[in-house]
Design a protein around this ligand. Structure first.
Ligand code: EPU
Length: 434
């Protein structure tokens, strides 16, 4: 079993280059299914979530060519409707984008219910509501989703989302792109990756306006043509290095970013006494070595992202004073706190609120990556702790961080991937008593 082994105590120093945004890439890859031509996609992050989606597309008959490390070409012209590899689809959340893309391309879709990190119940009722409004019949049965446009093509409609949902907004955009007529999505999510998906589709001939606001208008088009597109930098990967620099009292230039997308994170870091300087496409983060408490509430963009909550919580565990962290998106995103406690943090959780007592002097311990961002939080904790931290279940982390270990080592971290022999299973002997 591979684990990360970290010897803590080194302040991060130097420069780090941020990769393409995971949550844009995982929608853009399915979107390429709808393109009648070759899509060249640059700045594609090399992570397991994108690998899995590219494998799914290949199974469906798309030609996927790796041009260089972060550039791929997808040719979906010969794709025909068929069963997708359901075992792969079950593993990732973003497989739900294949419903919107397949409905757009074929007027029919069959997928499994999506997987992904477990933060409590993660329904997809708003996606289904959107597809229904566009004229699709949907059946959810035995873990599968069947969707069909009775006349072979969806039609535009007006949809008001009951909940601000990134996934539902992107999926409805996908489905509406090749529908007949105009679709209006109200109460839409505004995350940067939504704008990126719309820009990708528009560059291939779609007509989508208003992405980045809460009202998005999609005028359906007959076909999408091939083209070239570069994915935006990953806001959360950048934020993770920013917090790691602040937490270790280091100094890191985070390069290839859009500073505007990081404002919610920069502002919170400044409250903790960290210096954040913004340049055109980079931010310099200087940790003060004397972190102050701060209260955080996660919200849809442009609020503080839920995907940065575990990393920021870890930093606040070490800050001077008591911080209150409120999780505004998910019911159960504080599982990492149990792991942080093993390293000496003092945190109480009550539902969606966690109280970080602060001033923790973390010490290395064996811990688990409970999910992707929880795993990143454990890495930050390990970098700050005295002694050695071993992190298990690193496959979660590798879903979303390209070359995490390599980038951290280049910043001076003492971190390595170590392959430990699997521990033998212990079968308890039945003991008869009396
Ligand atoms: N929700 C519903 N019904 C729906 C859809 C969502 O009730 O039909 C609820 C969710 O349960 C949640 C809230 O609405 O409470 C927001 O969920 P959203 O749909 O925005 O999340 P998602 O699409 O499932 C994406 C990212 C997550 C990120 C969230 C929020 C992908 C593949 N996943 O998930 O990313 O946390 O948006 O920004 O894009 C991560 O990268 O670590 C990650 C978990």
């Amino acid at each position: 079993m591979e684990k990360y082994v970290i010897n803590g105590g080194n302040a991060l120093r130097g420069e780090v280059e941020i990769s393409g945004a995971k949550n844009a890439a995982v929608a853009i890859i399915p979107a390429a299914l709808m393109v009648d031509g070759i899509c060249r996609i640059e700045n594609m992050p090399q992570i397991s979530d994108t690998d899995m989606l590219l494998t799914i597309l290949s199974h469906l008959g798309a030609e996927v060519k790796l041009i260089n490390k972060n550039t791929i070409e997808i040719d979906s012209r010969n794709v025909r409707f068929c069963d997708a590899p359901f075992d792969l689809m079950r593993k990732i959340r973003a497989s739900y984008y294949l419903i919107g893309a397949m409905l757009g391309r074929f007027g029919v879709a069959k997928t499994t219910m999506p997987g992904g990190c477990n933060f409590g119940v993660r329904p997809i009722d708003q996606h289904i509501k959107g597809f229904n409004a566009l004229g699709a019949d949907i059946e959810v049965k035995n873990g599968f989703i069947f969707a069909e446009a009775p006349e072979g093509r969806l039609h535009g409609s007006r949809i008001y989302l009951d909940k601000v949902s990134v996934g539902a907004t992107m999926n409805i955009i996908l489905a509406a792109t090749l529908a007949s007529g105009r679709t209006i999505i109200e109460n839409a999510a505004r995350e940067p990756h939504i704008v990126d998906l719309a820009n990708f589709l528009n560059s291939m001939g779609a007509d989508i306006r208003g992405a980045g606001t809460d009202t998005i208008k999609v005028n359906g088009v007959e076909r999408l043509h091939g083209g070239s597109y570069s994915i935006i930098p990953d806001q959360i990967e950048a934020g993770t290095y920013m917090v790691a620099a602040a937490a270790t009292a280091g100094e890191v230039l985070v390069k290839n970013v859009i500073p505007k997308h990081l404002e919610c994170i920069s502002a919170k870091l400044r409250e903790t006494g960290t210096i954040v300087q913004e340049y055109e496409d980079s931010v310099l983060v200087k940790g003060s070595g004397n972190l102050r408490k701060a209260n955080v509430k996660t919200l849809p963009y442009p609020g503080f992202p839920t995907d940065m909550q575990p990393q920021m919580g870890t930093l606040l565990a070490m800050a001077n004073g008591t911080s209150v962290v409120t999780e505004g998106i998910y019911d159960n995103r504080f599982k990492y706190v149990n792991e942080l406690r093993k390293m000496g943090a003092d945190v109480q959780v009550d539902g969606r609120i966690a109280i970080f007592e602060g001033n923790a002097k973390l010490t290395g311990a064996p811990v688990m990556a409970c999910d992707l961002r929880a795993g990143a939080a454990m890495v930050i904790a390990g970098l700050c702790a005295s002694g050695t931290t071993q992190i298990e279940d690193i496959h979660f982390i590798e879903r979303g961080y390209e070359n995490f270990v390599g980038k951290l080592r280049a910043l001076g971290a003492d971190i390595a991937i170590v392959d430990f022999p699997d521990e033998p299973e212990i079968h308890e002997k039945a003991v008869s008593v009396g």
